[in-house]
Design a protein around this ligand. Structure first.
Ligand code: ZN
Length: 148
């Protein structure tokens, strides 16, 4: 059994980057660098890090997406992908942890697969949402980041 198995099974395992790193806060240095579990500064903190505010963001986006879809410009999943992209414009990487709760059909694993699904939904050739182009502009750089 791997050494960490017991810790992983527990329910108290924190999600990544939802709290500030203590080492980094004190000294500005942390031996874990980019792979640190905690946020190095406010900018890295995950938006809507607790379940309640994630849920809030998703329900906000969902209700706007329903209105969009009823207006007939595109389907609900398309509108939802657009609304989520716009909502997370400042920190699009923070959209990814909420993906599994949105009900959008993510096929495959990992951030890259999730971004690809979003991009496919938002693609202006298929999605008639007025903000679709903007959503793609937000999500495009995120896909490039997932490559590295
Ligand atoms: Zn750290």
């Amino acid at each position: 059994m791997p050494k960490d198995a017991r810790r992983v099974q527990g329910t108290s395992v924190p999600r990544r980057k939802v709290r500030l790193c203590r080492f980094f806060a004190v000294s500005g240095l942390c031996k874990w660098g980019n792979s640190c579990y905690f946020a190095h500064g406010e900018a890295e903190l995950v938006l809507g890090s607790d379940a309640a505010s994630q849920q809030q963001i998703i329900s906000e986006c969902s209700s706007r997406a329903w209105e969009d879809a009823q207006g007939g410009c595109c389907s609900f999943p398309q509108a939802l992908a657009v609304r989520l992209a716009l909502r997370f414009e400042a920190q699009p990487q923070n959209l990814l942890p909420t993906m599994e709760k949105t009900g959008l059909p993510v096929s495959g694993d990992g951030a890259r697969a999730a971004v690809k699904v979003l991009l496919r939904l938002c693609h202006p050739d298929k999605c008639g949402h007025p903000e679709a182009k903007k959503a793609v502009q937000i999500l495009g750089p995120l896909l490039a980041k997932c490559n590295s």
